[in-house]
Design a protein around this ligand. Structure first.
Ligand code: AOF
Ligand code: ZN
Length: 378
């Protein structure tokens, strides 16, 4: 179908609109929508603002007061309209009643409740319904947490690292505070707000006594979950009185151990270890979903980052590099427990992006294998 407007531009607008929901919609995807009249003039934009609130299509439709304008109009939406009644009624069922000429959706919704059914409902009503055939990467990135949850049946895993420009995240005496600039730390809090859980290893918990909460103006009321990896339950008597305990209600704290341990009102997740004494991360990240943790920002230390790399169980890297060189004599490289013996074994990254944040270089990229054959890697 010949559309009377630039579909790539409209999809880009819908993607930008969708981002406004970041930090508020989990476990739902970020979704954005643009509606254009029969001549291709923009009528409205909408997005999914919050879990349980209107979906993007309904948000955009509600902004059009004069419903006559919908005669022969076009909808551009980043995800296939939902077929089912969930927290909100089905978008596809609402759309099929409208006098629209076309609906273009960015990605098929992998949720089995929709998965093609939304498009079918709309097509059956006589509205031309088509999948967008342009660049899919920004759409995949937009909904990446949701897509990994649906496709891999596990939480989305981001590794967040603050290091010197030569990749050292701490010194061997454990000191690691304030490597990067204030601006990077603000962005890091934004990252915290867009993940359900923040994860650290036992050593980081003991050495840094971190708060692991969200301190960012855009998210004043944000509650996040905290996860500590502690195979032998050594933090049992340390967690009370820690900054984590002071800054989070006990029901938001999760300690992961091999054998079950009683952590006074806090959650204990048990997970088996592999031969090297490391948690089996595909098992753990799958179990996170049971606890309502759909995305996790891993904040270290080096042993923890390395184990996610080794097991191939991670999706995105956020690397903040300060204009400093620590050297490897006393430095701890963030990937130091991970190693390859052959160039073909390198972890490859895709969709890389970099920008300056204050005086730091911020680099973000995806694990090339994310969402592919990770089940077999442990
Ligand atoms: C859309 N537009 O804006 C979003 C969609 O529990 P509910 O009712 O909010 O439904 C959640 C499911 O709906 C989610 O798993 C995904 O399949 C879809 N999300 N669909 O048409 C939207 N957020
Ligand atoms: Zn919907």
């Amino acid at each position: 179908m010949n559309l009377p407007f630039d579909i790539d531009r409209a999809m880009e607008l819908a993607i930008n609109e969708a981002r406004r929901g970041a930090g508020f919609v989990s476990p739902n995807p970020l979704v954005g929508c643009v509606i254009l009249d029969s001549k291709g003039e923009e009528l409205s934009r909408g997005f999914h603002p919050k879990l349980g609130k209107d979906h993007a299509e309904v948000d955009a439709l509600k902004k059009i007061k004069d419903k006559k304008l919908l005669e022969g109009a076009h909808m551009v939406v980043t995800l296939e309209p939902c077929a089912h009644d969930g927290r909100t009624p089905s978008c596809a069922n609402a759309i099929k009643e409208l006098p629209l000429a076309s609906v273009t959706y960015g990605l098929l919704d992998p949720n089995p409740l929709t998965a093609g059914k939304g498009a079918q409902i709309i097509s059956a009503s006589g509205i031309h319904c088509q999948e967008y055939l342009g660049d899919k990467i920004p759409l995949e990135e937009l909904a990446e947490q949701f897509l990994i949850n649906q496709r891999m049946d596990r939480a989305f895993i981001s590794l967040k690292v603050a290091s010197s420009i030569d990749g050292q995240m701490a010194l061997s005496d454990g000191s690691s505070k304030w490597i990067t600039s204030e601006q990077s730390r603000a962005l890091a809090h934004h990252l915290r707000a867009t993940h359900d859980g923040i994860l650290v290893g036992r050593k980081t918990f003991e050495v840094d006594n971190p708060s692991l909460n969200v301190r960012h103006d855009e998210f004043p009321d944000k509650r996040n979950k905290v996860i500590v990896l502690d195979p032998k339950g050594k933090t049992k008597n340390l967690i009370e009185g820690s900054n984590i305990h002071k800054n989070h209600p006990p029901e938001d704290i999760f300690i992961v151990t091999e054998e079950s341990v009683e952590f006074k009102g806090m959650n204990n997740i048990t997970c088996s270890l592999d031969e090297s004494g490391t948690f089996k991360l595909s098992e753990l990240t799958n179990r996170f979903l049971e606890f309502g943790i759909h995305s996790v920002l891993v904040e270290g230390g080096a042993l923890v980052h390395s184990s996610f790399l080794l097991q191939g169980c991670w999706d995105r890297l956020h690397l903040f590099m300060a204009p400093k060189i620590f050297g490897s004599t006393n430095g701890i490289s963030w990937s130091q427990e991970f190693g390859i013996s052959n160039m073909t074994e390198a972890c490859e990254l895709s969709w890389p992006r970099s920008t300056m944040v204050g005086s730091d270089l911020y680099y973000s990229a995806r694990n090339l294998m994310a969402g592919k054959n990770q089940e077999s890697s442990d």
